[in-house]
Design a protein around this ligand. Structure first.
Ligand code: ATP
Ligand code: MG
Length: 355
């Protein structure tokens, strides 16, 4: 029996365990909360301070989130057990390094400047008619982002490194889940159309056209000598794609693969990191997801969601704080039109005040 260690205890780790159970893998997780989604279903839970025992026990270690204790990753990498490598993970700790790396390897991104403090960030933003100023560290789910139009006055949260980005009036957002094996073979799940609201994914569906996403994804994972699944977000404008950001892990926009693909992103990741054979994932049906953000999933809501045809509920068992991801609904249908109708039915049930 292989022993896989997941660094982080959130819903991504939880779904990795749910999907990996069928391969008879033993799962350990490491974090600070024994009641977190992945902790509750793992075979073994370790506290962060026990990272040596955790790494020593596991055959392979993989993170489910990039903002995790660096010591754990270093110790695992030293022992040759860490997939993906810290190169990809480190780029994500500081957004300006991620952006510069993408630009350096020739992948198109939104025009940007790197500013060393708040005053310079505001000055750089005057170079764009419309911009988004992002803190370099600690941002996810739209946190640490400030939209500013030329001439407008806004306040930033103190001196730190910022990325000042041109606001892209995209036609829509899309993403792709790419997986690379230890031998360097690359596989894709179907790209998805994504709808973000206030910087956070609300719903998405697949398949959508490629717009050059596969090619850019291949270049990135090759250059990083990446092993495992990566989620890459794009802006699509006039039929062309530019990269917004990548996530060195399984990704929220890839949850549609739990229903729409014969190999989910979670199984794809597991097979790559523990070195099991991989094949091109096959499209089973039109599928999408609706995120449940900041809404308590009580029994009445659960019943209303599940009574909509084509739905599966993933309830992470988390307390509903404002905008927090506490679950998602997978939706399938025979056509994109039917899928959209069902997604909107699910949306009405979860967010009745928004309709
Ligand atoms: P995640 O949780 O996906 O890691 P994040 O907080 O790191 O999110 P981004 O993905 O960079 O943030 O941005 C969140 C959303 O804000 C994007 O999906 C997009 O809708 C919008 N956005 C970000 N940058 C731009 C831009 N340059 N132009 C237009 N919209 C943007
Ligand atoms: Mg994003």
């Amino acid at each position: 029996m292989k022993s896989l260690g997941i660094v982080g205890t959130g819903q991504l780790g939880w779904m990795m365990i749910l999907e990996g159970r069928k391969l008879n893998i033993e799962f350990s997780v490491i974090g600070s909360d024994p009641e977190a989604p992945a902790s509750r279903i793992a075979d073994i839970f370790y506290y962060n301070k026990e990272y040596r025992e955790f790494v020593d026990h596991c055959d392979i270690v993989t993170p489910e989130f990039e903002h995790v204790d660096r010591q754990i990753l270093e110790y695992a990498e030293m022992q040759g057990k860490l997939f993906p490598n810290t190169k990809a993970l480190d780029l994500k700790l500081e957004r300006h390094r991620e952006k510069m790396y993408l630009r350096d390897i020739g992948i198109p991104v939104a025009d940007f400047y790197v500013a060393e403090d708040a005053a310079r960030a505001l000055a750089f933003s005057e170079k764009f008619a419309d911009s988004i100023i992002k803190t370099s560290k600690g941002g996810y789910d739209g946190k640490g982002q400030f939209r500013k139009k030329k001439g407008e006055n806004i306040e930033l949260p103190g001196d730190q490194i910022y990325v000042v980005e041109k606001f892209i009036p995209f036609d829509f957002e899309a993403s792709i889940i790419v997986a690379r094996t230890r031998e360097g073979r690359i596989f894709f799940n179907q790209p998805s159309y994504n709808y973000n609201q206030d910087g956070i994914l609300l719903y998405n569906y697949a398949p959508c056209d490629d717009y050059g996403m596969r090619e850019k994804a291949s270049i990135l994972v090759e250059k990083l000598d990446y092993v495992g699944v990566m989620g890459i977000e794009f802006f699509i404008k006039d039929g062309k794609s530019i990269v917004n950001e990548f996530a060195p892990r399984v990704h929220n926009s890839g949850h549609h693969t739990l229903s729409g693909s014969n190999i989910s992103q979670f199984e794809q990741h597991i097979r790559c990191v523990i070195d099991l054979p991989m094949n091109e994932p096959g499209l089973l049906t039109h599928s999408g997801i609706m995120n449940i953000l900041g809404v308590e999933i009580d029994e009445a809501l659960e019943r209303r969601i599940l009574s909509i045809p084509g739905t599966l509920l993933y309830n992470y068992g988390k307390k509903a704080l404002p905008r927090r991801k506490v679950g998602h609904v997978n939706v399938t249908a025979a056509s994109n039109e039917e899928l959209l109708r069902r997604l909107l039915d699910v949306k009405r049930v979860i967010y009745p005040e928004q309709v």
